[in-house]
Design a protein around this ligand. Structure first.
Ligand code: DGL
Length: 273
């Protein structure tokens, strides 16, 4: 068995991918991680496919410049926008968020009705429907784009009793509730941060599938498959990079990753990478 101590590269438009980082830390504490949050250009989910693709390719180029052994696109919008040719060119294994979430949702549903919430770009792409069709052609997806969730998370409107977030969530989730779906895919890595609000509205009978978490599990399987695990016995480190001011990021990142981020995040110019 090889000992590969190179870091795992994870990227997102902002804070959302930290839900993947948190799960990677929980399941593979010895792994080193380089995180890039494109906070200067968030949100991705209201932009065109071409723009998101360009951003995602720059994000991956930055991670590769840090010597990562794998890239995790902890962003549904980027995962739905990248083309096979973007991924084939990569010199390291690539894990995206969409297919792992689909596999879990297909296994979880009992009535074949699966709710999907995501950014307008992810929903518009139809990527989830295509992926689900391959796994379970009979499953019905009830999709609802939730453009306001990302700004709410990026600005810290995340407390379970936040009235603004609750009202927004009630409106977005209404079509999914009405459909009788028994499973709901959180098809944006920012949304698990709002899980308490979402699960209260959906009720206990609905299984929530966390795309950020499932991407972390897929990354672990991939490292094992390619014999690329870090075999150290000591805890790995996380390096945080962002494309805007580090203060707000550090403040809002802390509750997601469960450790202080202040003083550890570094701002970079992503356009010049
Ligand atoms: N967290 C991202 C996703 O999973 C992107 C959200 C955004 O920037 O709009 O789609």
């Amino acid at each position: 068995m090889k000992n590969d101590i190179r870091p795992i590269g994870v990227f997102d438009s902002g804070l959302g991918g930290l839900t993947t980082v948190s799960e990677l830390r929980r399941t593979m504490p010895e792994e080193n991680i380089v995180y890039f949050g494109d906070t200067g250009r968030v949100p991705y989910g209201t932009r065109s496919r071409e723009t998101v693709r360009r951003y995602a390719r720059q994000d991956m180029r930055f991670l590769l410049s840090r010597g990562v052994k794998m890239i995790v696109a902890a962003c549904n919008t980027a995962s739905a926008s990248l083309l096979p040719e973007d991924i084939e060119k990569l010199p390291v294994p690539f894990v995206e968020v969409l297919h792992p979430a689909v596999e879990v949702a297909a296994a979880a549903t009992r009535n074949g009705r699966i709710g999907l919430i995501g950014t307008p770009a992810t929903i518009r792409s139809g990527a989830y429907e295509r992926a689900m069709h391959l796994v379970n052609p009979k499953a019905q997806i009830i999709a609802s784009p939730c453009a306001l969730f990302v700004p709410l998370v990026e600005n810290g409107f995340t407390a379970p009793d936040n009235e603004v977030t609750r009202l927004v969530a009630e409106q977005y989730l209404a079509p999914v509730r009405k459909s009788g779906a028994d499973t709901l895919i959180l098809g944006c890595t920012h949304y698990p941060v709002l899980k308490p609000v979402i699960s209260r509205i959906m009720g206990g009978g609905v299984t929530l599938v966390d795309s950020g978490q499932e991407a972390a599990h897929a990354a672990k399987r991939c490292l094992m498959q390619y014999d690329m695990c870090n075999l150290s016995r000591t805890a790995g480190s996380v390096e945080y990079f962002v494309s805007d001011s580090t203060e707000t990021f550090a403040e809002n990142a802390r509750p997601i990753v469960g450790e202080p981020v202040a003083g550890r995040a570094v701002q970079i110019d992503i356009e010049s990478v």
